[in-house]
Ligand binder design. Structure first.
Ligand SMILES: [Zn+2]
Length: 313
């Protein structure tokens, strides 16, 4: 564990608990955009764990998970350091948007560029100032607008540390998810740091079950690393899935389903239908595979090719 952590020029010694701010840039109005970074350090040696939310600014479940843990003082470690970032993409948070104002996705912009566009600058500052200290991390996300994810961990299961932390988190589902180009998870992986993604619910909507599951899972990971004293055990067993497939809309129209997120479906099972809005056409849809519905489109109006059900197995 480093003796001193320096973020945005602020030195943080063992035993300190501070809120520092990572300056990114200025808005056209001149307002300075800075990312609040909480750093809680024990005097005792231990790992450095990152808890990060709001990389996609409209995905507020993770922000709420970290907010509740901050407010309940659950992030003071017995050993090591916890770095908590409740909102990475301040721009998206203010605009109710996934992206930054240039339309780019921060989680496709890592490792970033000092002279690049906004998304790339956010990624660059984070990689330079925060990531060098981090050993492990949890990156909180949600499904998109009206796309609900059942609480799940996504990670590369062939990596032993990922697998160990996913087991400790004990979410209802773990999905083996290869690294994506430009993601924090991939760039951290290259540096030998394990970042797990926790997904729950949909953007701009609180998912109470997923928030609680996220807090408990985070607590279990910290406990596993010896950083907290005790945590609640998982209420459901974890189902590990190696593969996943999307059922997509063959036709545009009105989509309806009686399937709930988390449900088990069999290949060929009727899972819903798409109709035109005039009562003349109906297309029935069957599950493309046997598995668990880990993601569900709750938007009734769909276009051809839209993702409807995410099935993992
Ligand atoms: Zn996201």
């Amino acid at each position: 564990m480093p003796e001193t952590i320096v973020i945005n020029g602020r030195s943080i010694d063992r035993g300190e608990k501070v809120l520092t701010k990572l300056v990114i840039s200025k808005l056209p109005s001149g307002t300075v955009i800075e990312i609040p970074v909480y750093v809680f350090r024990s005097v005792h040696d231990g790992p450095v764990v990152l808890l990060m939310a709001g990389m996609h600014g409209d995905e507020v479940n993770g922000t709420e998970i970290i907010r509740r843990m901050l407010s309940k003082k659950m992030l003071y470690p017995l050993k090591g350091t916890i770095i908590a970032v409740p909102i990475l993409n301040i721009y998206g948070f203010l605009n109710f948007s996934r992206e930054v104002p240039d339309g780019k996705d921060v989680n496709r912009s890592f490792p970033g560029n000092r002279e690049g566009s906004l998304a790339s600058r956010v990624a660059y500052r984070f990689m330079k100032e925060v990531m060098p200290y981090v050993d492990y991390g949890l990156d909180f996300h949600t499904g998109g607008s009206s796309r609900e994810n059942y609480p799940q961990i996504r990670c590369v299961l062939s990596d032993h540390k990922n697998e160990e932390l996913a087991k400790a988190f004990a979410a209802p589902f773990v999905l083996n998810a290869p690294y994506r180009q430009g993601s924090l998870r991939k760039e951290a992986g290259k540096l030998g740091k394990s970042i797990l993604v926790y997904e729950t619910g949909e953007s701009l909507r609180f998912d109470e079950k997923g928030i609680k599951t996220g807090m408990e899972g985070t607590c279990r990971v910290l406990h596993h690393l010896g950083m907290t004293a005790n945590c609640a055990e998982a209420k459901e067993p974890t189902i590990v899935c190696q593969k996943d497939i999307w059922l997509r809309a063959k036709n545009a129209g009105l989509w309806r389903t009686t399937i709930q997120a988390g449900e088990y479906v069999k290949k060929g099972q009727l899972v819903g239908s798409i109709t035109d809005p005039y009562g003349e056409m109906e297309v029935r849809l069957n599950a493309p595979a046997t598995g668990y519905v880990i993601g569900l489109n709750n938007m009734p109006v769909v276009n051809q090719g839209d993702a409807l059900l995410h099935i993992a197995f």
